[in-house]
Design a protein around this ligand. Structure first.
Ligand SMILES: Nc1nc2c(ncn2[C@@H]2O[C@H](COP(=O)(O)OP(=O)(O)OP(=O)(O)O)[C@@H](O)[C@H]2O)c(=O)[nH]1
Length: 249
């Protein structure tokens, strides 16, 4: 993505907020490992990898001036923020919403990009599990959000063909696909899940093939559109509730 930004004359800075990250092709402009390292936390506090990771990110939020001091770029610059892949960060913890609030306060327009590894999608239940985790991140963060099927350059032609049906799948196809690989007792649940996914309009994925510049541009343009759209959204009206019935009016 950064190579593509350079080629297309956009200025993009890499911000690494994954304390367990290994190496990068580009040196991050901001790196959480300059503040705290997972290795030190595990050694000194005796935490496991997951607990240590949460500790590091909580430490970042408590010391947010570290991030604020390092940011502050040109008005049109992009920050590409790499976050850890542990799903609980986007479903249960308030850490990432706090980070989003800080970025909003600093006047950044934020878009969540959920990467689902396409090489992992070899059956309908796995696709569904990816969609549901993407949806929980979307619901938790409440920011413009796009879903990407990553690593498409690593797919064989047969697998690439197979994955096409997941890019913009039809409702009936999804239900049939899922039900053909699950036992009958799950079929009603499958229907309900597809309905939920459909209502949240979450089933569309963009394929990302890093070997194809058009595909990289497509993802970046969708991010541009998503933040534009997010900015133009009217503030939400507070919902009114009927106290007696407990229903939305
Ligand atoms: N060929 C190819 N390699 C990729 C792509 N995306 C990531 N990789 C490589 O896959 C390896 C693992 O990267 P990811 O799957 O992003 O996982 P990670 O960021 O290390 O781990 P998490 O933080 O848990 O997501 C690294 O060597 C990446 O360079 C891609 O689209 N194509």
């Amino acid at each position: 993505m950064i190579t593509h930004a350079n080629t297309t004359k956009r200025i993009m800075h890499l911000v690494n907020l994954d304390p367990a990250a290994d190496t990068f092709d580009y040196k991050p402009t901001v790196d959480i490992r300059d503040l705290i390292s997972l290795e030190d936390v595990q050694e000194e506090l005796g935490y496991g990898p997951n607990g240590g990771l949460i500790y590091c990110l909580e430490y970042l939020i408590q010391n947010i001036d570290f991030l604020e001091e390092e940011l502050g770029h040109g008005e049109d610059d992009y920050l590409l923020i790499d976050l850890p892949g542990q799903i609980e960060l986007y479903t249960a913890h308030p850490i990432i919403p706090s980070l989003v609030s800080v970025l909003h306060r600093l006047d950044y327009r934020v878009c969540g990009v959920y990467l689902l590894d396409s090489t992992f999608i070899d059956s309908p239940p796995k696709f569904f599990s990816g969609v549901l985790s993407a949806m929980s991140a979307m619901v938790q963060l409440e920011i413009p959000h796009i879903n990407v099927l990553s690593k498409c350059d690593l797919l064989s032609p047969a697998k690439a063909k197979n994955i096409e049906k997941y890019l913009n799948p039809e409702r009936d196809l999804l239900v049939d696909d899922l039900s053909s690989s699950t036992r009958p007792k799950f079929h009603a649940l499958n229907e309900a899940l597809v309905q939920l996914i459909e209502e949240y309009n979450m089933v569309s994925f963009l394929p990302l093939n890093v070997a194809d510049e058009d595909s990289v541009e497509m993802v970046l343009s969708c991010v541009d559109n998503a933040v534009q759209y997010g900015e133009d959204l009217e503030p939400k009206e507070p919902r009114e509730w009927d106290d007696d019935e407990g229903t939305e009016m």
